[in-house]
Design a protein around this ligand. Sequence first.
Ligand code: F0G
Length: 464
Amino acid sequence: MAGKVPPEPFRIKMVEPVHVPGAEDREKALKAGHFNMFGLRAADVYIDLLTDSGTGAMSKQQWAAIMMGDEAYAGADSFYSLKKSVKDVLGFDYTIPVHQGRAAENVVFGSLVKEGDVIPFNMPFDTTRGHVFNVGASSVDCVIDEAFDRENLHPFKGNVDLKKLEKTIARYGKDRIPFIMVTITNNSGGGQPVSLQNLRDVSAAAKKHAIPLLLDAARMAENAWFIKHREKEFADLSVGEILKETMNTADAITVSCKKDPLVNIGGLIACRTEEMYYKLTPRVILFEGFATYGGLAGRDLEALAVGLREMVNEEHLTHRIAQVRYLGELLSEGGVPCIHPIGGHAVFIDAGAFLPHIPQGSYPADVLSVEIYREGAIRGIGLGALAFENVDEKTGERTFPKLELYRLAINRRTYTNSHMEYVAETILDVYKRRESINYGLKVTYEPPVKGLKHFLAHLEPVKL
Ligand code: F0G
């Protein structure tokens, strides 16, 4: 039986009506959107689980803080509210606001990485990988092998394999490795956490080689919650304390604040030294805005300053993570192959196992997206070959990612458990008719920039 979800630690003050469009409208929407979930209009979606990014509900404290926005161009009070929250919650002395996570990536990769460099990761997210490519560098995945085994119940499947990391450092040498980066939680690998011990070990290895360690910390509070509940040595610490310990392992962080920090727009970079701060600020000014607002309005900085403090609230995290798990358990009980343990922000379905008769080159995860939308106007997203395949520019040879996943990302403080039950019932209906799904997808348009295909591709069904 799916585990009980604790009652919501909030009540609803304002509602946003949503409805299920009719079957005919769903067909029209699919065609108009070129069978790509990014091409759909949100109004044609009933439950939108495309992403947990910027889609959550803010608290009344955040809305109140918005009225305190100081819109001064430089040195606004709102910047100092944010800087104080970062210092109190995360412990960093230097804070650079940016408009979202990939802006932080642009600033960091554009300022610290040069052509031919190599960045070891556990696994990068798609935009992060895009930024690695954008500066002519490459990434090496050093995540533990358990990450690729769907049923393996390792509690920290986002961990870095230290042997792989050492091998990578030995192979490329410290001069080509400007930093190591660890994504917490590991979104591309199923929203899986990284243990504090592992981060401490990676940090020690990084120090030994005098290579900085950066964290992609979009889901750092969820990661800290998992540490509290799965890593015995830290069970007595609060999530807030664990988060600080986590941050202590890193020289700098990039954060999409649209995730755990509970805002609809915003990002940040935080670092420890003036030296790094001054290396990063010119590019912030070129691409984002002055270094004390980074492309955000003063009111956004205020909402973020409050969100950073709210994100470590344990009632909030316990409810959220249990709600995600509830959906995962409803699906698993019905036989749907999901990645276990269920991740922090999303349920990841193994689309390759759900539709084993569709070859990976025909994008089974994206066929599943289409079918789940078709069945019940639910929007999730494929994170498989369409997003992560490598096509050799000379030979055209395709290499596919090890995981062919379909993700249902749960918005924070937004949907109820009955919504989760509707999602599960809809997907179970698709699961029952899975053998009759006998088509693949082909790309009829793709953008000319490497790494961005799945966002912009036009797709067309083709009979298998
Ligand atoms: N890093 C991670 C781990 C992410 O999951 C994302 C975004 C980013 C960086 C980039 O941040 O969107 O604010 O520019 N992930 C979203 C997702 C879009 O759906 O998982 P951003």
